[in-house]
Design a protein around this ligand. Sequence first.
Ligand SMILES: Cc1cc2nc3c(=O)[nH]c(=O)nc-3n(C[C@H](O)[C@H](O)[C@H](O)COP(=O)(O)OP(=O)(O)OC[C@H]3O[C@@H](n4cnc5c(N)ncnc54)[C@H](O)[C@@H]3O)c2cc1C
Length: 346
Amino acid sequence: MPINKHSLPVLIVGQGLAGTILAHTLDQANMAFNMVDAPKTYFTSSYAAGGIFNPVTGRKLEKSWLVDELFSYLFPFYRTLEKALDISFFHPMPLFRPFANEEMKGWLLDRKEAIHNEYLRWEEEGVWIENAGWLDVECLLKCSKQYFQSKNLIKEIAINPSIDLTISVDEVHFQGQAYACVVFCEGFHAQKHNPFFGHLNFLPAKGELMKIKSVEPSQEYILNKNGFLLPLGNDGFKVGATYRWDDFSNQPSLSATLDLRNKLTSLGVNSYEEVEMSTGVRPATQDRRPLVGFHPQLPLAIFNGFGSKGVSLSPYFAQQWLAEWKGEGQINSEASIRRFYHLFST
Ligand SMILES: Cc1cc2nc3c(=O)[nH]c(=O)nc-3n(C[C@H](O)[C@H](O)[C@H](O)COP(=O)(O)OP(=O)(O)OC[C@H]3O[C@@H](n4cnc5c(N)ncnc54)[C@H](O)[C@@H]3O)c2cc1C
């Protein structure tokens, strides 16, 4: 570990959701940092995200990984951030999962006692999930950018780590400034363009969603049945999302449009106006766990791999990243890149 690590700032590469959450975490802890973010032409995941947080996933209504720790942290985290930035972007909202069909209903009801957890409320037609909701990711990112700009902390640059960074054992130089550590939050771009962490187990997944206007569905809750319907207010909804592992272009595809129209039909929405498509690539991993931690030899770090759950995972793991950086704790072993230290040459 670098000896001077707390006297120099940290450089954060990427102001998607991950970089933004990490930056706010450092800011709240009064740790010095700077950020760089590539121009808008760079393709992100965050600007396409539905922003949903949901403690129960899968057909069997299981609690998602680490849910109790994540969810007790994310509510106060986002509420505190709303106050600090003086804007509303965190929208807790119930989520309704209708039973897929009579067979599934019977299967779930037969096992209700075993399946039940504190996030579920059972009804004749389906199950309500409490403590769900959505984060307006675009709003958070835009007002965070203004906040970082007002403090002169962010520059618009696409870094080429091999050329732009001068790395020694205990510090990194970038544009004449010494940094204690560079933490890469580049989303799926890391796999192709990061010479230090690109060999980790990324499995990017392209996703598309559609914004629609409709007066048919309820604005009061998120509907989730083989896809989601997320109310935005003023008859606006997001419907999503698709998954693809063979195309990483930033163009909306006809196959995704058709898939989303089918989802709308199965969600019971027949009359709607299509407003726009959003396209992004999720920084997912083969073992579905984040990539958080420190390079074993160099003053470099990573905060990435949040897949389709950046909203619920990133606040908790930003705090864990910081604790390990300060020598006050260790990142959860399933998320820490220590699990890949054997892949780094010595
Ligand atoms: C269709 C879709 C729906 C989704 N729905 C949800 C959802 O409902 N709930 C949820 O929790 N998650 C959802 N996600 C996933 C969510 O978007 C991600 O988990 C999260 O946004 C990842 O953020 P990130 O910052 O790691 O990556 P990104 O958003 O991709 O950000 C990476 C940033 O790094 C910058 N960058 C890259 N390389 C460089 C460089 N060399 N120099 C400088 N900057 C660089 C990029 O410009 C970008 O700003 C969805 C994703 C998609 C595509």
